[in-house]
Design a protein around this ligand. Structure first.
Ligand SMILES: [Ca+2]
Ligand SMILES: [Ca+2]
Length: 240
């Protein structure tokens, strides 16, 4: 899947953060340790689209205060990179710098239609825990799916919960569907471009793929690249 320029520093950042958390724990007093609420979550992302591979998922656990995006507001540059190119490294890096950050992980690779990937994250939930997941639909200009700051605080050990994730338009690239503008296998075109060619420049629900078979003759996409909502089913299981 060489069309996606995945940055290995994502994994390195995660590893470094894990080490620092362990070192912090070593210095804690026993009274402080009594409030620690260690939990392990498995997050499984299923691709239920016909022909929209998902870029490697960004999975972030955090307390209240962090949001990967805000409906109706301008996307961060990190989200723009993910939504246009499928590269999650800037989103994960930005999240790790946020005061609400707990931990994160990156998917190992592209999630093909009809398949899924699971990751496990261990976290201290004493101050609350929420989940954000983001992934690009790679045969689009700047569409992504995911969930944003969903609280997991009430999920008991052994329980699972599933979320239906719609498709969002990052609002950072016009949905031309034109040759050379889509990084996925339908085109092999450009990924991230710093220009904001969508004049609205705001995140919103995606209005859908038109395709060359439904009136947009300049589209490189065909009817099988269209999608319904949800595009993803995200199942979270609290393992302990
Ligand atoms: Ca767009
Ligand atoms: Ca752009």
């Amino acid at each position: 899947m060489s069309f996606l320029k995945i940055d290995l520093r994502t994994a390195m950042v995660t590893a470094a953060i894990g080490t620092s958390m362990l070192l912090t724990g070593c210095g804690s007093s026993s009274s402080h340790d009594s409030t620690v609420d260690m939990r392990t979550y498995e997050v499984s992302v299923s691709n239920v689209t016909p022909n929209q591979p998902f870029s490697p998922i960004a999975v972030i656990l955090h307390t209240s205060g962090y949001q990967a995006w805000v409906d109706g507001e301008s996307a961060s540059t990190a989200l723009e990179v993910l939504a246009e190119q499928g590269d999650n490294s800037d989103v994960l890096s930005d999240a790790s710098d946020h005061s609400a950050y707990l931990t994160s992980d990156s998917g190992a690779g592209v999630i093909a239609p009809g398949t899924y990937e699971s990751v496990q994250l261990e976290v201290d939930a004493q101050n609350g825990v929420s989940l954000s997941v983001i992934s690009m639909l790679v045969n689009t200009n700047d569409a992504y799916t995911g969930i944003n700051a969903t609280s997991l605080a009430a999920l008991e050990s052994g329980e699972s919960v599933s979320y239906s994730a719609p498709v969002w338009d990052a609002g950072t690239e016009s949905n031309t569907e034109a040759a050379g503008t889509i990084p996925g296998p339908a085109d092999g075109g450009e990924g991230f471009n710093a220009s904001r060619s969508d004049s609205s420049d705001r995140v919103r629900f995606h209005s859908g793929i038109v395709s060359s078979q439904d009136g947009l003759s300049s589209s490189v996409l065909t009817a099988d690249h269209r999608f319904d909502n949800p595009a993803a089913v995200i199942t979270v299981t609290r393992l302990d």
